[in-house]
Design a protein around this ligand. Structure first.
Ligand code: NAD
Ligand code: UGA
Length: 458
């Protein structure tokens, strides 16, 4: 590498956009270009309305865009100019053929490798930013190094650990940055070059280095462990509901053990997001393909428990509302898979909405940021679902409200005003345990939290 470093990122999504914006912001001497095949997305990155909502993102993009941060659809020119190419394309679960429903669909990934090879006039550092099956770097290196010119490519694994809603904070102050490479002279040199970029703002002791397979597998392992904590606490929430134990008290009690720790122990209607389920199922597939069936079954249970928790939530609503919701208006407060994002991928709200529509309910969805995505996700349900910006209008005439997303806004609503326009008895199912249950009960609601005794007058 010589002169000012040129970085290209292929894939301008939830990871590519924010992570490159932060690199550009923190490294003014580096020129960062982000490219995507999706023209609308690139146009939005170049506009005042960015394609994703993420607190703090607008400011970072505004500081760097046009200075050393560029968004373009010209993948070929970007590849030709780059020293370091991050690949941050989507790696969804395969929907067809061998491994369907579990394995990662690597078609976008492989296409990218071939594009890099086609447009490169020299060897480059290629960085896996997407989450990939362990040993993908071997396939990537094999494709790239099959180029007829003898150019040498180094493939690094630099998985991204940001969470949506806190992406900018996670990128600016990461717990760690992980860089894996081949342990050859060229691999170690490439590893150092990437570490030097991050060192502009990340303390060196937080930049962890490993072999490339460890880096790839660490990403799948981190997501599996995080999701497992949620499934574990959700399993206990069901037991709490049977025994009058309180899940928040249990979580607090165990979380004070420094070996367990307090984070990621919030019981909920279920975990969502584009990655937990897909990455665990990918892990399951990998374990199965090595004949490690017990390992596969162990991790698959994390996903099954989550599906059970979502289904249990709907069953609980149905049983509580006299075993029928047919024709009843039911309002979902929130549709995003978590607060502070407009992303609805794998949102538990979608499973709940569909479960209720199957029971012939009329579902009303409200959300401060996720309504455009909610409309797309539920477009097949047409007249069974309604969308409302205003939570008061959404709840008017409803038999029940179910909190799906922990938006702080839902804590601050005037529930007296809401109750006045609801059908009695009025039901409130708090799928996130964020509301003041006792106060709402005193107002006149029948309140059904997760993992706590219900407060009801029935
Ligand atoms: P995304 O779907 O939001 O973005 C991926 C982008 O890649 C899309 O805009 C798509 O058009 C583009 N793309 C696909 N093929 C392309 C090609 N050949 N050339 C140019 N562009 C192409 O996905 P995402 O959420 O950003 O996730 C990307 C990867 O990062 C996934 O592997 C995911 O598992 C991982 N990841 C995601 C998160 C997250 O919070 N979303 C966090 C950590 C890791
Ligand atoms: C998760 C990981 O936290 C990131 O480290 C990782 O990079 C990312 O996946 C990824 O690989 O895509 P994300 O899905 O954006 O990030 O959001 P989380 O904060 O992990 O929440 C995931 C889901 O779990 C949400 O639906 C959330 O509401 C739920 N959750 C989280 C709970 O139900 N309880 C908790 O205690 C925590």
């Amino acid at each position: 590498m010589s002169g000012a470093t040129e970085i290209l990122c292929i894939g301008a999504g939830y990871v590519g956009g924010p992570s490159m914006a932060v690199i550009a912001d923190r490294c003014p001497h580096v020129r960062v270009t982000v490219t995507d095949v999706n023209r609308e997305r690139i146009a939005a990155w170049n506009s005042d309305t960015l394609p994703i909502y993420e607190p703090g993102l607008d400011e970072v993009v505004r500081r760097a865009r046009g200075r050393n941060l560029f968004f373009t659809t010209d993948v070929a020119a970007g590849i030709a100019a780059a020293d370091i190419i991050f690949v941050s394309v989507n790696t969804p679960t395969k929907a067809f053929g061998e491994g369907a429903g579990r394995a990662a669909d690597l078609q976008y990934w492989e296409k990218t490798a071939r594009e890099i090879m086609a447009h490169s006039a020299a060897g480059k550092i290629v960085v896996e930013k997407s989450t990939l099956p362990v040993r993908t770097a071997a396939a990537m290196a094999r494709i790239l190094n099959s180029n007829p010119h003898g150019f040498e490519f180094q493939v690094l694994s630099n998985p991204e650990f940001l969470a949506e809603g806190s992406a900018i904070r996670d990128l600016e102050r990461p717990d760690r940055v992980l860089i894996g490479s081949a342990e050859t002279h060229g691999g170690l040199r490439a590893r150092r070059a990437l570490a030097d970029i991050y060192a502009a703002w990340v303390p060196r002791e937080r930049i962890i280095e490993s072999n490339v397979w460890s880096a790839e597998l660490s990403k799948l392992t981190a997501n599996a462990f995080l999701a497992q904590r949620i499934s574990s606490i959700n399993a206990m929430s069901a037991l709490c509901e049977k025994t009058e134990a309180d899940i928040d008290e249990v979580a607090h009690a165990i979380g004070t053990d420094s070996r367990i720790g307090p984070k990621f122990l919030k019981a909920s209607v279920g975990f969502g997001g584009s990655c937990f389920k897909k990455d665990i199922l990918n892990l399951v597939y990998i374990a199965q393909s090595y004949g490690l069936h017990e390992v596969a079954d162990y991790w698959e249970a994390v996903v099954r428990m989550n599906e059970w928790q979502e289904a249990r939530f709907v069953r609980n609503m149905l049983a509580t509302m006299f075993n029928t919701v047919a024709g009843k208006r039911i309002t979902l407060f929130g549709f995003a898979f978590k607060a502070d994002t407009g992303d609805t991928r794998e949102s538990p709200a979608s499973a709940v909405a569909r479960g209720l529509v199957d029971e012939r309910a009329h579902v009303v969805v409200t959300d401060p940021k996720a309504l455009p995505n909610a409309r797309l996700d539920l477009r097949d349900l047409q007249d069974r679902v309604e969308f409302q910006d205003d939570p008061y209008e959404a709840a008017a005439g409803a038999h029940a409200i179910a909190v799906m997303t922990e938006w702080p806004l839902y804590r601050g609503l005037d529930y007296q005003r809401i109750l006045a326009r609801m059908v009695r008895p009025a039901f409130l199912f708090d799928g996130r345990n964020i509301l003041e249950h006792r106060a709402l009960f005193d107002l006149g609601f029948n309140v059904f939290p997760i993992g706590k005794a219900p407060l009801k007058r029935l």
